[in-house]
Design a protein around this ligand. Sequence first.
Ligand code: ATP
Length: 243
Amino acid sequence: MRLTNVSFRYGRRAPWVLRDVHLELPDGTVAEVAGRNGAGKSTLLRLLAGVTRPARGSVTGRPAVVGYAPEIFPTAQPFTVSAYLAHMAAVRGLPASAADPWVERLGMTSLLDTPLPDLSKGSAQKVGLAQALLASPGLLILDEPFAGLDRQSHAELPLAVEEVRAAGGIVVVSDHQNGLADLPRTLHVAVENHTAELRATRDAAPREASAVIEVRVSQADTEVVLRKLRAEGYQADLREDPS
Ligand SMILES: Nc1ncnc2c1ncn2[C@@H]1O[C@H](COP(=O)(O)OP(=O)(O)OP(=O)(O)O)[C@@H](O)[C@H]1O
C-alpha cells in the first residue's frame, strides 16, 4: 500500500496538517505511528483507512477489507452491543456470528445486551475493536487501541494484530501505551513537521538465552494452549506430532 504526495488540511483555508507524504507499507507488516500530540497521527490513520480523502495526492494498493477502530468509539448510537455488531457484520455481508470469536476473545459476553451509550470507555473500546476485526481485515487501523482496555483484551490484542500480519495483512497502530512492544518486525512511522516517514525497523528486544520446552497437549486443546502461552509473551509454535 502506498501514499504518494499526500497532503491534507481541515478546510480550504486551514493550515496543512500533512504535506507531500510518501509512505510505502508492504504486505505483512505492522507499522507503529508515533509523534507528539496534534502532530497528525489520527489524521494519517484516517487517510490510510480511507475514512478521510487526501486534498492532494493518492493512496493506492489499499487492501479490499479495512478494519478501523477510531481513538474514541462513537457510543451515541441507538443499538445494544449485539445489535450493533450484527449490523456491522451485515454491512460487510457477513452473518451476525462473525463477531462471536471476538466477543469471546475480548471478554464481551456480559456486555451484549448493554446499549452503546451506557458503555464505559474501556468497554466501548472493545466494541470498536470487535467491529474492526470481525471481517478479517487486510488492512487494520487502530488508533490508541490499548487506552482503557482490561487485562484480557490487552493481552489478546497483540495476538489479533499478529494474526492479521501473519495472514499477509497490514496493521497500522498509534500506540502511546506501547502495548505492541513485544511484536517483532514492527515498522516505525514518525509523524512530525507535517510529514510522515518510515524510520528504522524496531525489532523486539533481544531475548536473554532461551530454552525450548516440549509440551504435549490433546488436539482439541492446541488453540487454547497456544493462545495462553502467547498471551504470556512466550514464543509458542505448533509442531506436527512425529509419533
Ligand atoms: N476535525 C477536525 N477539524 C479541524 N482540525 C482538526 C480536526 N481534527 C484534527 N484537527 C487538527 O489537526 C491537527 C492534527 O490532529 P490529529 O488528531 O491528527 O493529531 P494527533 O497526532 O492524532 O494528536 P493526539 O496525539 O493529540 O491524538 C491538530 O492541529 C488538530 O487540532
